[in-house]
Design a binder for this molecule. Structure first.
Ligand code: FES
Length: 129
């Protein structure tokens, strides 16, 4: 958009990305592990300025309760993803890699999911923008 003085309006290139982690998902007779995973992910992301536009959200149920833990990724103007069966004990590093790939993809497409390890087998769906 051109302004009255002939310059162009700056375009926001940084968009807030959100990762939702279900706070209720739990295996039978087990406590929900999502809140602890979210806290550890927040702590990990806070160690690097590169993740300044990432918000970790303790989420309500995402209707994927049979495979704890449900996790989703969203950002305005990008495709969104829903995962289930995310393992709080082993997937923290995979989530960081997933966030980095998602953040760096202009439209949200992750064409090579091999770097996210077992998370690529946890994908339930991708929603268009
Ligand atoms: S309780 Fe986590 S998706 Fe339903």
């Amino acid at each position: 958009m051109q302004l009255a003085d002939g310059t162009r309006k700056p375009v926001a290139t940084e968009r807030m990305h959100k990762i939702f982690i279900c706070r209720s998902c739990a295996d039978v007779d087990a406590a929900p592990a999502g809140p602890d995973l979210a806290a550890r992910l927040r702590a990990r992301l806070s160690t690097s300025a590169e993740f300044g536009m990432i918000e970790v959200v303790d989420s309500r149920c995402m209707l994927s309760c049979g495979k704890p833990i449900a996790v989703s990724l969203t950002c305005p103007g990008k495709m969104s993803y829903l995962f289930a069966d995310v393992d709080a004990a082993t997937d923290l590093g995979n989530l960081v890699t997933l966030i980095r790939l998602y953040r760096d993809s202009p439209g949200g497409a992750i064409n090579d999911a091999r770097p996210v390890g077992r998370l690529r087998h946890c994908l339930l769906g991708r929603l268009p923008t």
